[in-house]
Design a protein around this ligand. Structure first.
Ligand code: UDP
Length: 357
């Protein structure tokens, strides 16, 4: 049994998942692939959608081993597979969005479109189907927060025209659109705000701090700390995040919930820990801090803990080792510093995938 399998807490089924059809938009992505597998293992039928702009074919290949998985390669900005209107869909997870800061300068229009046009399309599907829909929002809606730790009632401190705005504002729009569908049409909605998450199946060249630091440490390269490393983040291992997503989907509260792990660390501390855990010879070097990089980030989880027994179970050291094992086992080619464009060059889908209509 893998570390990921062992780490998932036992969560009783709130509904008969074996009779449920779950749609996961963005299923080839890191978190959604784990979420899809969680429900596949519990007997649900899972339909995954992705256009591979940042999702990985390997994640879909892995999910395709389950007979109750069906996949459509489709861009939800343009359309949804027609079959989704013909058969019953019970639960929709909208997790289709690039999320790494390096994507913000590369594909800002795609980010804004998928969170507006794509989200609207899924909300319409939920309306027609009478399905419950969960919108995966982000801690980025708080911007560079002036309230610490972040509580859901905090309305944020967000730059409107900066390098992160395409993502921050798109997610704020997606939340507002989700709430509007609930208020206008009575759609059964849920909203989560995901804080920094890490684990196996992240893109090796995703640009985010944990893959960067681990791969630098594994290869004995300099560890690139941006700024003086005094900025903080709170890192959640992916199985803990999946458990939290599930708790929110099946609770009775449509208002937004923070999800993550509240253990806060500076980035410099994180770099030192990774060097120590991986017994690496890498040196720490300091690079320019990107504009609008949030100074502090930690979720207040009181709201989630008031409606569930959720608490993160995986400590940083164990989660980091499991993630490093994953990156170590990847073929060297996937660790190369090739331009990210290479990683989403379309490749042929395997025969077992269902084509979208
Ligand atoms: N960071 C860093 N070195 C890297 C990548 C990121 O010091 O190689 C910093 C980044 O400036 C930010 C934090 O790590 O303060 C988290 O960055 P990430 O891109 O993972 O996500 P964010 O939380 O900023 O969305």
């Amino acid at each position: 049994m893998s570390f990921v399998e062992r780490s998932l807490p036992f969560i009783p089924n709130p509904v008969n998942l074996e009779k449920s059809c779950i749609l996961v938009a963005g299923a080839a992505g890191f978190v959604p692939s784990h979420l899809s597998e969680f429900y596949l293992k519990r007997g649900a039928r899972v339909i995954g959608l992705d256009n591979f702009i940042t999702g990985q074919h390997a994640n879909v290949e892995l999910l395709s081993a389950y007979k109750n998985f069906e996949f459509h390669e489709v861009d939800i900005i343009e359309r949804l597979p027609e079959t989704l209107y013909r058969e019953k869909v019970d639960y929709i997870f909208n997790m289709a969005s690039p999320a790494s800061p390096i994507d913000f300068s590369r594909i800002p229009i795609e980010i804004m479109r998928v969170n507006s046009e794509g989200t609207r399309r899924l909300l319409e599907l939920a309306r027609v189907q009478g399905a419950r829909i969960l919108e995966a929002s982000t801690s980025e809606v708080y911007g560079d927060p002036e309230v610490h730790p972040q509580v859901e009632s905090y309305v944020g401190h967000v730059e409107i025209n900066g390098p992160r705005s395409c993502y921050d504002e798109a997610k704020r729009f997606a939340e507002a659109m989700t709430s509007s569908y609930r208020m206008k049409y009575g759609v059964d909605t849920r909203i989560i705000r995901i804080f920094n998450t890490y684990g196996p199946r992240m893109r090796a060249n995703d640009g985010r701090v944990i893959p960067n630091f681990i791969n630098q440490a594994l290869q004995g390269e300099d560890i690139t700390v941006y700024g003086d490393g005094g900025q903080t983040r709170s890192f959640c291992f992916v199985t803990d995040l999946v458990a939290a997503i599930h708790e929110v989907m099946f609770c009775n509260d449509y208002t937004p919930f923070n999800i993550g792990n509240p253990e806060e660390k500076t980035i410099l501390e994180t770099a030192k820990l990774i060097v120590e855990i991986l017994n690496s010879k890498s040196k720490i070097v300091f690079k320019e801090l990107p504009k609008d990089d949030p100074t502090r980030r930690r979720p207040c989880l009181a709201k989630l803990q008031a409606v569930s027994s959720y608490r993160p179970l995986v400590d940083f050291r164990s989660g980091m080792m499991a993630t490093a094992d994953y990156f170590s086992a990847l073929a060297p080619a996937s660790l190369e510093k090739s331009p990210l464009h290479d990683s989403f060059r379309p490749t042929k889908c395997s025969q077992s995938y269902t084509n979208s209509i």
